[in-house]
Ligand binder design. Structure first.
Ligand code: AMP
Ligand code: MG
Length: 347
């Protein structure tokens, strides 16, 4: 099915009201709508309506073994979709108090009301509450949980602007609600919580804007990013092909490893554009794009990360070379994504 995809702005009050109204109308009718969140743009549908959720998988061409995150209108609806085991109830309560609304997703045992298509048949459901003002208005008016994975075709780069969504899904959905650039620019941190002594165990299964440091007050934090060659894990969406541009990408851990090939065109994704980092003069780059010029700040790099990858992908060069980032804070998530993107072309 092809649609005329409308992009509705929200930067003036009357436009915002119209956009919210139209989004709510479509969602009530069981349609999918691309919505802004504070992480990346999401492709939303009523999470309790299997037919509506099916349309997400169709529009994204996403395999149905890859489960979706369920967004709640508010914290109080957690009990509607998830079971909170007694052994972790206090920790869940504290985490929810501290981080919701915000970019932290919890994996919890699901309640029967959540259709199997949402969780890919898994016994757990991934839940969060978004802090984006427009998203909150829409989900609040609807007053239903929304399933909302990133609004890109499966395997492609997550969109952090309405125009990026349009380039991914034009003609495949009715509506994109435009609320400007995403605040964080990286998908939510996904965690699993288990009872433990003396502290509960918090396992990060997908790194994101909420960092191990942010979580350590609430338990013993382990980062268990699935290696790309492992089998199925708690975060099945963590496939190697995720986040990959179409252009081959290489994470160049040491500048000295680079031997440019004759006649090939290269673009550089630089962390901060500093000559002393050793990358700027490696070759005659077709293009150099910086994530965070100056001293290099990881949250700023995160905001630009998918935008820069997308822009470099459009150049039509032979290879994108990526500088490594500091592997702490939000750098953990970006390095994970760069490794996944480069492994795809590794052999
Ligand atoms: P996306 O919203 O596109 O970033 O994708 C959501 C991701 O959340 C999936 O690809 C999985 O990695 C993860 N996820 C969602 N639901 C579950 C679940 N029930 N168990 C484990 N991981 C999940
Ligand atoms: Mg995604």
């Amino acid at each position: 099915m092809t649609y005329v995809t409308a992009v509705l702005r929200t930067d003036e009050p009357n436009l915002m009201h119209q956009a919210v109204e139209e989004a709510v109308r479509l969602l009530r009718e069981g349609e999918v709508v691309a919505l802004p969140t504070e992480t990346v743009y999401g492709l939303a549908a009523n999470a309790l309506d299997p037919a509506a959720v099916t349309k997400i998988f169709e529009a994204k061409e996403r395999p149905t073994f890859d489960p979706l995150i369920v967004h709640l209108p508010n914290k109080d609806q957690l009990d509607l979709v998830a079971e909170v085991p007694e052994g972790i109830a206090l920790t869940v309560k504290k985490l929810v108090e501290r981080f919701w609304p915000g970019p932290l997703t919890l994996l919890l045992p699901k309640k029967p009301i959540v259709p199997d298509i949402v969780t890919a048949g898994l016994p757990t459901v991934a839940v969060r509450v978004s802090s984006n003002g427009i998203f909150k208005r829409i989900i609040g008016a609807l007053d239903k949980p929304l399933a909302a994975p990133s609004a890109n075709r499966f395997g492609s780069i997550s969109p952090t602007s309405a125009s990026a969504v349009l380039s991914e899904l034009d003609g495949r959905i009715h509506l994109i609600v435009d609320a400007g650039a995403s605040l964080y620019g990286l998908e939510s941190t996904i965690i699993k919580i288990e009872p433990g002594s003396p502290k509960p165990l918090i396992t990060i299964v997908r790194p994101g804007p909420i960092t191990p440091d942010d979580l350590k007050l609430y338990g013993k934090v382990k980062v268990a990013i699935r290696s790309v060659i492992d089998g199925p894990s708690d975060a099945p969406g963590q496939l190697a092909s995720h986040y990959a541009p179409k252009t081959p990408l290489r994470l160049l851990e040491r500048p000295s490893d680079f031997i440019p090939e004759e006649g090939k065109r290269y673009a550089l994704m630089s962390y901060r554009g500093e000559e002393k980092d050793g990358y700027l003069n490696l070759t005659e780059w077709e293009e150099v794009m910086m994530l965070s010029p100056g001293n290099g700040k990881l949250p700023e790099a995160a905001v630009r990360f998918f935008y820069v990858l997308r822009a470099l992908d459009k150049l039509g060069v032979d290879e994108i070379i990526a500088e490594p980032l500091h592997e702490h804070g939000m750098g953990i998530a970006m390095m994970d994504k760069l490794r996944r993107a480069s492994v795809r072309y590794a052999s």
